[in-house]
Ligand binder design. Structure first.
Ligand code: PHE
Length: 455
């Protein structure tokens, strides 16, 4: 059934939207990606730039997606067609492609978290870093990784197939509070560890020399991470806002969502780094496996680490689920709205395609890097940039009017927001995108090309 002959679905309760948006934002980005980006990009220096991007770019950019979604009441492709003409119509396609790429490897990483939760309960973790590294190498790629990727994808498909109200809202209402309670408990536990003091300095005190030396990689990494963790730049927030009634205060909602997401990532850092420093593990150990290798080794070193570790990884898997649901929801809403395909067949077909596209990431970490780097440092930032240009420069009239619904007259704040989007947000995203493209070319030359030659 298409949107023309059936009323569009909407959130069942007032809090449904907030829960779902927080559930989307909080995921592997906070727990898997954030700590290894901090570790790779020099600790506190990265944290500082990341927080600046969250507040100064992420917040206005989130409002852009909200107004675009609520105004058009469409999926990203339909929304862009309605907001712009000519080439703008195709920008929605970037969102769909981005979501497809991200979800394919996201599901693989989610599969690892399931494996590591089971690992703690079954065998416990290996305290020796090299042994843990070898173990990650065998668990992360190969048949087992593919099977767990399939399992995770199947769960996501099941939830999304039930529809916006019954599936997503129900799931996140339980998941989000559970994640918060567990994360806070574990941060308190981590505070008691011997390496906590050293870890806090590394994590919380920005080293300005590191910043001066490495800003070319820190800036795009921080921008990409900010967009990834806030679920911006690929139409998730746009789609979720499209199911909204017009009485919600989007600015307050945005601030709440960003507050929760940032707090959880920050708290995860307060868990991860004390554990790493206590076990003597280098936080800069690079690559997408860093968190699994070093954390597992750290948990292996601690009393009752198997239990704490199993709880930790299970929580991550749960957080990943609500984010993956949101990614799939965008793709499904496109097929329902634009193609008139039913929810269940659309969901199942996409799940199958995503499973296939994810297989390379479950076969070699270089391929996962290839997908992740492209989606995160290029596609997400590009999507956010283009939407900001369209809404900020071409449709600013309707943007302010739409934002005012549910808030009231914004006066000078409306203009302040639009001008923030028009100049600083767009400039920051342009710089980040340029550096991101250069960094990705470097990755292709230094890592991917040699990998191809070795085949
Ligand atoms: N924000 C999610 C996370 O941090 C990932 C995500 C990215 C979800 C983009 C939707 C869109 O894990």
């Amino acid at each position: 059934m298409s949107s023309v002959d059936s009323p569009r679905e909407s959130w069942a309760t007032r809090l449904g939207f907030i829960f779902a948006a927080v559930g989307s934002a909080v995921g592997l980005g906070n727990v898997w990606r954030f700590p290894f980006q901090v570790g790779q990009e020099g600790g506190g220096a990265f944290l500082l730039i990341y927080l600046l991007f969250i507040v100064l770019v992420g917040f206005p950019a989130m409002l852009v997606e909200f107004v675009a979604g609520r105004y058009t009441e469409r999926n990203p492709v339909g929304a862009l067609k309605q907001l712009g003409t000519g080439l703008w119509e195709y920008v929605g396609w970037i969102f769909v492609v981005t979501g497809f790429v991200i979800l394919s490897y996201y599901s693989v990483v989610a599969g690892w978290t399931i494996r590591y939760a089971v690992l703690g309960l079954q065998d416990g973790y290996l305290a020796d870093v090299e042994a843990a590294e070898a173990q990650f190498g065998s668990l992360a790629v190969g048949l087992e990784a593919i099977v767990l990727h399939a399992l995770f994808m199947a769960v996501v498909v099941t939830v999304v197939a039930f529809g916006v109200e019954r599936g997503i809202e129900l799931a996140v209402k339980v998941l989000v509070p559970a994640i918060i309670v567990i994360a806070v408990g574990m941060a308190i536990y981590a505070f008691t560890l011997e390496g906590a003091g050293e870890a806090y300095v590394y994590y919380l005190a920005p080293d300005l020399e590191v910043l001066a030396d490495d800003w070319r990689s820190i800036v795009p990494a921080a921008a990409g991470q900010a967009f990834f963790t806030l679920s911006l730049g690929m139409g998730v927030m746009l789609t979720y806002a499209s199911y909204l009634q017009e009485d919600r205060n989007l600015a307050t909602d945005g601030a709440i969502i960003i507050g929760f997401d940032t707090a959880i990532a920050f708290i995860v850092g307060l868990i991860v780094f004390p554990v790493l420093f206590t076990a003597g593990v280098d936080p800069a150990a690079p690559g997408p496996g860093a968190i699994f290798v070093s954390l597992a080794a750290a948990f292996g070193d601690l009393t009752l680490g198997w239990l704490v570790g199993a709880v930790f990884f299970a929580t991550v898997a749960v957080a990943a689920l609500s984010s993956a649901i949101s990614l799939l929801e965008v793709l499904v809403s496109y097929l329902i709205d634009e193609r008139g395909i039913g929810r269940v067949p659309a969901t199942v077909a996409l799940g199958g395609g995503l499973f296939v596209l994810g297989i390379p990431s479950a076969l070699d970490l270089v391929l996962l890097d290839l997908f992740d780097g492209f989606a995160d440092q290029i596609l997400l930032v590009l999507g956010g940039l283009l939407l900001s240009v369209l809404v900020g420069w071409r449709r600013s009239d309707l943007a302010i009017t739409e934002l005012e619904l549910g808030i009231g007259d914004l006066g000078p704040y409306g203009d302040a927001w639009i001008w923030a989007v028009r100049i600083p947000v767009i400039a920051a995203l342009l710089v980040a995108l340029t550096l991101g493209v250069l960094g990705y070319i470097e990755f292709l030359q230094d890592d991917f090309w040699p990998w191809i030659q070795e085949l």
